[in-house]
Design a protein. Structure first.
Length: 297
């Protein structure tokens, strides 16, 4: 068993122990009438909590297809933990609710199986789950911050490698005339649904943004940044530029030229691409984060 698995098991045991301790203190479910037998019920609830955690791990791995991994970045870990809580909370509530009905209803009539019984249990477990989640998030805050910085550093290094591997001949200037050609130096004409059009080199394209029924094409012209409005859709632009791998759709409203990205700014909540020349921060939607990471990798 590796260190990561040991830590996960330890976290689950401590979390279940915290839940049982809170129940022992506040004595819901009519525990106060059971006297010494209450300790047996608390041990049973602890065992049910561990079983629920194990079952939730199985559901996440084989049904939700989210295996435990410490190599997929902080955002994946946080997302998986959220999915774990969303599945585990109603599951453990159901198990406790059934236990109340079959093992604790002889002395407490309110433990009989019912919708109200389940909602009461769910409210208690949800509150405890939220408190436990805050505790672990605070405990691992520094680790998450270090991991976020390291992940962002690796993404920027991968971006530089990708840019270098796809770098073409330097842009044509008065002091630097073109001496060859690559895919990045090729020209392309983007057309709207009417007569407007813009012709540019792929390497000069910064980004394309959807603005209502139009798209805004942001490009370099010499040393200045110019924008052109075309009456078109992002799907049309995506189809037109699909042959150029450095032009990627990173958001519902944005396409960017990775060759013109200065740096990646990333944390557990969001990712942004900071563009050269204008320093605009282009958002990356959550649905496109993994796609972008795979491309950079």
């Amino acid at each position: 068993m590796n260190k990561g698995h040991q830590e996960t098991i330890s976290i689950r045991i401590i979390s279940c122990a915290f839940m049982v301790l809170a129940i022992a203190i506040f004595k819901p479910f009519g525990l106060e009438v059971w006297q010494w037998q209450a300790y047996i019920h608390l041990l049973a609830i602890f065992a049910l909590g561990l079983f629920s955690c194990f079952l939730t791990e199985v559901i996440l791995r084989y049904i939700v297809r989210m295996p435990r991994s410490y190599d997929r970045g902080v955002s994946y870990i946080i997302s998986r933990n959220l999915h774990f809580q969303l599945i585990n909370t109603p599951l453990i509530s159901l198990l406790i609710c059934l236990y109340r009905h079959y093992a604790m209803s002889s002395l407490v009539e309110g433990n009989k199986l019912s919708l109200g019984n389940y909602l009461e249990t769910l409210a208690i477990v949800a509150f405890l789950s939220f408190a436990i989640g805050l505790y672990w998030r605070f405990k691992f805050r520094n680790r998450y911050m270090v991991a976020e910085l390291e992940e962002t550093k690796q993404l920027n290094e991968q971006l530089k490698k990708l840019q270098n591997s796809n770098a073409g001949v330097p842009r044509q200037t008065e002091d630097n005339p073109p001496v060859g050609g690559t895919e990045q130096d090729s020209q392309i004409t983007l057309e709207g649904n009417t007569n407007e059009r813009v012709t540019l080199k792929i390497s000069d394209l910064l980004y394309i943004e959807a603005v209502g029924n139009y798209v805004k094409v942001c490009q370099l012209q010499g040393n200045e940044v110019h924008t052109t409005m075309l009456r078109a859709t992002m799907k049309q632009m995506e189809d037109k530029l699909q042959a150029h791998p450095m032009i990627v759709r990173c958001h519902r409203a944005f396409m960017v030229n990775l060759g013109q990205v200065e740096q990646i700014s990333s944390n557990s909540r969001s990712m942004q691409l900071v563009m050269r020349h204008i320093h605009d921060a282009i958002p990356v939607s959550r649905s496109n984060v993994n796609k972008l990471k795979e491309l950079l990798g």
